[in-house]
Structures are given as C-alpha cells and as structure tokens.
Design a protein around this ligand. Sequence first.
Ligand SMILES: Cc1cc2nc3c(=O)[nH]c(=O)nc-3n(C[C@H](O)[C@H](O)[C@H](O)COP(=O)(O)O)c2cc1C
Length: 195
Amino acid sequence: MLQDTRLSDLTAIETRLWEELARCARDAGHGWHRAVLATAGEDGADARVVVLREARPALHELVIYTDTRSPKARQIEHDPRATLVCWCPDMGWQLRLRCHLELADDGLEVTSRWAGIRHRPAAQDYLSPLAPGSVVRDPRAGGATSSDDARSACVQRGHFGVLTARVQSIDWLEVHAQGHRRASFDTQGRRWLVP
Ligand SMILES: Cc1cc2nc3c(=O)[nH]c(=O)nc-3n(C[C@H](O)[C@H](O)[C@H](O)COP(=O)(O)O)c2cc1C
C-alpha cells in the first residue's frame, strides 16, 4: 500500500493553493494560468476563458486584463458576482472561486499595467476600433488598427481595463488515485466536504 503523502491540513492546503495561484500568474505553462470566468448574462449564465495575470494572496485578489467594451464588462456592471474555475491536470486540483469583480479603466494600476504591455503584441487585444463581439463582414476587419491609431492608442491605453476579482470563497477539489478530496474555504472558516 502506497503511503499517502498529500497535505492533510486544511490551513496548509489553503496556503498552498494561494501559492499556486501566485505561481500560475507568472507561469504560462501552469494549468491555472488560463481559467474560465463565469458571469450572469442577460439570457442566463455566460462563461469564457481568461488569463490570470496576478494573485495577491494576502488580499485574496486576482487580476485579469480585458477590453472595457466587451460584453462581460456590461454584465459585471449589472451583477459583479462571478465564478472563476481553474483546473490543473498536474496537481489534480480544481478550484471554484466565487468572486466579486471590479473593472477599472483609469487610475495608477491601469496606467502602470498598460505601460508593461503597450509595446507587446498583446496590446493589440485592446486597440481594435470595434468592440469585441461586433458583427463584421470580414474577419480581418475590426481587429486590426492602423499604425497611426495604434501609436495614439498606445499613449491613450486603447480600451484596456483591469478586472480585480475579490475572492469570497473557494471550493477546492482534488482528483487523486488514493481518493478524491474536497474542501471549502471562506470567511466562516475551512471545512472538508464530500467530493
Ligand atoms: C486562451 C485564451 C485566453 C484568453 N484570455 C483573455 C483575457 O485574459 N481577457 C479577456 O478579456 N479575454 C480573454 N480571452 C477571450 C475571451 O475568452 C472572450 O472570447 C472575450 O473576452 C469576449 O468575452 P465576452 O464576450 O464574454 O466579453 C481569452 C481567450 C482564450 C481562448
């Protein structure tokens, strides 16, 4: 019989999962680097893949970049509650993070983050003349900017926005050959759950 070497203490598991969230923001190869962000849409649940850019374990916050004209921005304005779902096959850990979202399009945090990406190809994601989801005749229309537009938008930040996700509670699930485990972490404390 194999010895079970997994973390068995809920406090240690919570600390570790925040360490991994911080790591995944720096490591594009980490399973949690791309997460599914679910929001409440006009016609029911909506969801899409986003990149986790930063984690602040002490504040229980995560940071995501987005185009401030995207449909999700309107959904969040209407209802800031959201769930982020992360799955890491290497760890066998799924997270369901219930969050409160806040979208900033101005301020020091936005300008400093824009300064970090504005010379990279990723900046193009926030410089398209048309809003994400706009109907176009040609798939090449709407996405690209002229070099003049791009230059001026580089100065003006285009439609770059910073989404801060304040994590209210975490549902952690470990899928493991020696037995699946599940726990929840929130302001009321930490508890084991039936997987
Ligand atoms: C791998 C991958 C990473 C993505 N990262 C982001 C991201 O960090 N931020 C974002 O707003 N959209 C990102 N997208 C695009 C979204 O999934 C989505 O298509 C877009 O934001 C429009 O969503 P909305 O119509 O719900 O607003 C990503 C898509 C993929 C496939």
